[in-house]
Design a protein around this ligand. Structure first.
Ligand SMILES: NC(=O)c1ccc[n+]([C@@H]2O[C@H](COP(=O)([O-])OP(=O)(O)OC[C@H]3O[C@@H](n4cnc5c(N)ncnc54)[C@H](OP(=O)(O)O)[C@@H]3O)[C@@H](O)[C@H]2O)c1
Length: 282
């Protein structure tokens, strides 16, 4: 049997085990997925002792190890290096390779929900770890990307680093997370992305954007996946906007990892159904 891990600290609320084990079972693969809570000071020793064995297929990496894992790997994908975070490890004959599948997962969901994004103007709230990955891939695909963040210096730094990427095709700018600036940016936007934890369980009454800023021309994508339909998404629907729940990104980033570990096409619908059920339904 081959094993895949989730490396995090803590890992208790993760949906990854449910998602990947449902997929292994559906396809009858001799794999299992385990959640491993690894204190930061033990990460290096775990990599050296367990992750290079032939029974280890790969891992998902989550908070707080996404950056720290990089120095323990043999090779890291250039886009993951630019993002500054690895969320997927693959064991290729004892060589540990690092990737970031968060941003590609997000872009796949956006493209399915929106269509061709080449001309899209995007406003993204947040400049943390997940927003960095999503912002990186959006900046290579859309026309305009505006980043709004509570700590405006982080938005500025992210915008500058995305614009410096030779593969960036968007005009990238940053704004403070202030009512007037946000309102104006959303008014002109085709896609609104929430990359903050605002609205996440248990503080489900929070939202990053005032209801009156939402309009029917928007696709609203919330990275938060618990609850599946956040306050932001409910209010977006009421305003006539299209919505994209974060669960799609979660499943697509996991599906990419699954294919890398097993070489087999992932049963995406099974993975999504397992996560939706674990989250208590749509
Ligand atoms: N759907 C998926 O597959 C997926 C994948 C990864 C993450 N996520 C979700 O994405 C969310 C963000 O995760 P992360 O790892 O990027 O977190 P993070 O690195 O801690 O970043 C948090 C971001 O949210 C902002 N923020 C936090 N609290 C805020 C508040 N009260 N008001 C305004 N802004 C606030 C922070 O602003 P400052 O810079 O000012 O602190 C920062 O930009 C989480 O809900 C996570 O579950 C979803």
């Amino acid at each position: 049997m081959r094993v895949c891990y989730l490396l995090g600290y803590p890992v208790g609320h993760s949906m990854s085990g449910v998602m990947h084990n449902a997929a292994f079972q559906e396809l009858g693969l001799d794999y299992r997925y385990e959640l491993k809570s690894v204190p930061p000071e033990e990460l290096g020793a775990l990599v050296a002792s367990e992750l290079r064995g032939t029974d280890f297929a790969g891992a998902s990496v989550t908070i707080p190890h996404k950056l720290a894992i990089i120095e323990h790997l043999d090779w890291v994908d250039p886009s993951a290096l630019r993002i500054g975070a690895v969320n997927t490890i693959v064991n290729e004959d004892g060589q540990l390779k690092g990737y970031n599948t968060d941003g590609t997962g997000a872009l796949r969901g956006i493209t399915e929900a929106y269509g061709d994004v080449e001309e899209a103007r995007v406003i993204m709230v947040g400049a943390g770890g997940a927003a960095r990955a999503v912002g990186y891939h959006l900046s290579t695909a859309v026309r305009e990307l505006t980043i709004a963040n509570r700590t405006v210096e982080r938005a500025e730094e992210l915008a500058a680093s995305l614009a410096a990427n030779p593969e960036c095709r968007a005009t990238v700018r940053s704004i403070p997370l202030e009512r007037d600036a946000l309102r104006a940016a959303i008014e002109e936007a085709d896609i609104l992305v929430n990359g903050t934890p605002l609205g996440m369980h248990p503080k489900t009454g929070d939202t990053p954007v005032q209801r009156e800023m939402l309009h029917p021309g928007l696709l609203v994508f919330d990275l938060v996946y618990n609850p599946i339909k956040t306050r932001l998404l409910r209010e977006a629907e009421e305003a006539g906007a299209a919505i994209l729940p974060g669960v799609n990104m979660l499943v697509y980033q996991g599906a990419t990892a699954f294919r890398m570990w097993t070489g087999v096409d992932p049963p995406v619908e099974t993975m999504k159904a397992a996560v939706v059920e674990a989250l208590g339904g749509e």
